[in-house]
Design a protein around this ligand. Sequence first.
Ligand SMILES: O=P(O)(O)OC[C@H]1O[C@](O)(CO)[C@@H](O)[C@@H]1O
Length: 298
Amino acid sequence: MTENLPGAHMRAELNSQPETWARAAEMRTEQALLPASGARIAVVGCGTSWFMAQSYAALRESAGQGETDAFTASEVPSDRGYDAIVALTRSGTTSEVLELTKRVKGKTPVIAVLGDDTSPLVDLADSVIALPFADEQSVVQTRFATTALALFRASLGEDLTKAIADAQAVLDGTDDAALGEADQYSFLGLGWSIGLAHEAALKMRESSQSWTESYSAMEYRHGPIAIAAPGRITWQFGTAPEGLKAQVEATGARFVQHDIDPLADLVRVHRVALDRAVAKGLDPDQPRNLTRSVILDD
Ligand SMILES: O=P(O)(O)OC[C@H]1O[C@](O)(CO)[C@@H](O)[C@@H]1O
């Protein structure tokens, strides 16, 4: 592989995920900076980072650690009285995250989880968990997002050994080429994997300009299943609701579900998205209309 090949950065970054997850899982001192159990918190981010925030929020609350909401940074309600805000951002320069941090300064402590430890958020936030080893050159995020989620999962007491092994097995194997050749993709999740479904759909859109949708699996039958048809894929992260596979297959669409850790299945989507992009003549390291971070004029 050379740096000049389309998607070379994305490929190297996505392939490194088992190592970066293992490293994040070991960061016990940094994990202790996250809000204590019982704190009522909001987790915020934009785009990919928002979807990871959704997954962390669902996991933290279901682990019994306290009420945990997730918002895109521009939509955090004022005066909710949160004990703390966790701001997730690879770049540390995303305008909405910086604006929110300034707005709550002195009122609500902000714990920033970021990739670039030289970014302006470092000085603005009350505490910082830096993951510079997971920062990326590709505009399209893969390992930063999943490594942050690995850190969050470990902080909640999860043992990530199986997730890491599952991701390595995905990367060591090859996928059925048809996974990358569908006309349309609908990604589904339940609980914490709903954020992964949204992220998978975003990844396919950003890197390969594909038509994708994403839903809670239980919501899928309330309308979105109308899109299912031959040549299309409905992809479930984690266990599917009873009967859903048969209902999707009755439409002629392909139902995809792997019995592995859902975060490892997202790694598979990363690779499918990359290979689909390259097959279409695109460079997912430089996706159309996108920049590494959205920086708005003051
Ligand atoms: O995590 P950050 O740096 O705030 O950036 C979020 C951005 O990352 C992206 O994945 C870049 O395409 C978008 O979702 C979003 O604009």
